[in-house]
Design a protein around this ligand. Structure first.
Ligand code: PMP
Length: 420
């Protein structure tokens, strides 16, 4: 089959064809049909996920792991089945999946429970492109222990500087925590290579943490292949509800870590004299979890699988190629991050000469177009790029070429307003 024909086939399968599943995409914003280009902030939710949540509340709402009655057993089965589905999605074991509130809490959990293991003279290695969620917890941990944090530089093209990675990671490196895909630059980082480097050259017990918030809905992830020790992501960026996150951790490591929070559900036995803790994964899930959220997330994973991650990736690649080309036709527009779609996601940051990102976002809002303007929770990266903020679009499986055409027309119109 000709490449062009193949391309058209992908385009036909997604975009307009899946838009029907997302009720919000059929609404108006400022009296204009909505063009949603902010999926990196949060994705829209398909009807299948919304229905699953409603069904739980209407048909089997009960607490998990407690009741002996049928309703509670049904809720517990659905909750634990979700863990199984998510484990399979990333090639992990169910007991290696911990439900949290989001990527931020997952990363904090690792930082808090590894405090005691850090010794004087050790260091933590991050990158210049980390989201505050994968920077501030480590910075605080380092401050508390009086140890250093090193940041792997980015190249002028907006990719990770691997020569610098070799310099940063040494035998005193205890933690390497790195984003899989940048939420500003769209660059896909070579996490597998970094994991090998960290395990070969880092301290004997060096751990590799991957922030998969921006990759989980866009690229197949196999934790064994990546070679990471921990992986964190959020349900709401992968078509699931807000308030649920996942922490994957290698069983041997999770077994050794102390609990993160204490309370109900995470104990084996409590006496006045002391407490013993439950086995994995419950050791890390104190209190009533977000049952509806977890059930919704499982549906979101099933939704992704029903389309196929490879198809999603191929479709988004084509769309990103198209968006990069169209945006680069605009006079005065600068793209931050790789300018070709190789090893790149559909997160595209840009600025238009003379226009503040907030003004740009506001003008696009009038046209029904949702984009993000600002520092994107990456203030240190903004200082490296020497900007106060950028305008960011982020593509997903429900976006179309038409969405991008509308964006380009609206940017040209915004320029007219400002350059007048
Ligand atoms: N890391 C990255 C790369 C992100 O893009 C985000 C969300 N913007 C987070 C972490 C934090 O995710 P959450 O707010 O869901 O905890």
């Amino acid at each position: 089959m000709l490449a062009a024909q193949q391309q058209e086939q992908h385009i036909g399968l997604l975009g307009e064809a899946v838009k029907k599943d997302f009720p919000l995409l059929h609404t108006l914003m400022n009296n204009k049909p909505i063009v949603y280009l902010d999926s990196a902030a949060t994705s829209q939710k398909p009807r299948q996920v919304l229905d699953a949540i409603q069904r739980y509340y209407e048909e089997y709402n009960a607490n998990v792991h407690r009741g002996i009655y049928a309703l509670s057993e049904k809720a517990t089965t659905a909750y634990e089945h979700a863990r199984f589905i998510i484990a399979r999605f990333i090639n992990a074991m169910p007991e290696e999946i911990i439900f949290t509130r989001g990527t931020t809490e997952s990363l904090n959990l690792i930082a808090y429970t590894n405090v005691k293991q850090l010794r004087q003279g050790q260091n933590i290695v991050l990158t210049q492109m980390e989201h505050h969620s994968n920077l501030v917890p480590w910075q605080q941990l380092a401050k508390e222990k009086g140890i250093g944090v090193r940041f792997i530089r980015i190249t002028p093209e907006g990719r990770l500087d691997m020569d610098h990675a070799h310099q940063c990671i040494d035998h005193n490196t205890k933690i390497v925590s790195i984003t899989h895909i940048s939420n500003v630059l769209g660059a896909v980082n070579p996490v597998k290579e970094i994991a090998i480097l960290a395990h070969e050259r880092g301290a004997q017990d060096c751990i590799v943490v991957v922030d998969a918030a921006q990759s989980i809905a866009h690229t197949p992830i196999n934790v064994k292949e990546l070679g990471c020790d921990f992986l964190a992501f959020s349900s709401h960026k992968m078509f699931g509800p807000t308030g649920v996150g996942i922490l994957y951790g290698r069983k041997e490591l999770l077994d050794q870590m102390p609990p993160f929070q204490y309370g109900g559900d995470m104990i084996r036995e409590v006496r006045f004299e002391g407490t013993t803790f439950a086995e994995l994964p419950h050791k890390f899930e104190a209190g009533t979890p977000n049952i509806a959220g977890v059930i919704g997330l499982a549906k979101a994973v099933e939704y992704i699988k029903s389309i196929g991650m490879e198809k999603i990736q191929a479709y988004e690649h084509e769309l990103t190629t198209y968006a990069l080309a169209r945006l680069q036709e605009i006079d005065g527009l600068t793209i931050y991050g790789p300018k070709t779609s190789e090893q790149r996601s559909g997160v595209i940051s840009f600025s238009v000469h003379g226009l503040h990102p907030h003004d740009m976002a506001q003008l696009l809002d009038r046209e029904g177009i949702c984009v993000r303007g600002g520092h994107h929770c990456c203030m240190p990266l903004m200082s490296v790029l020497q900007v106060s903020g950028t305008t960011r679009i982020s593509l997903s499986l429900y976006n179309t070429k038409e969405d991008i055409d509308k964006l380009v027309t609206a940017i040209e119109a915004a320029k007219q307003v400002f350059y007048r």
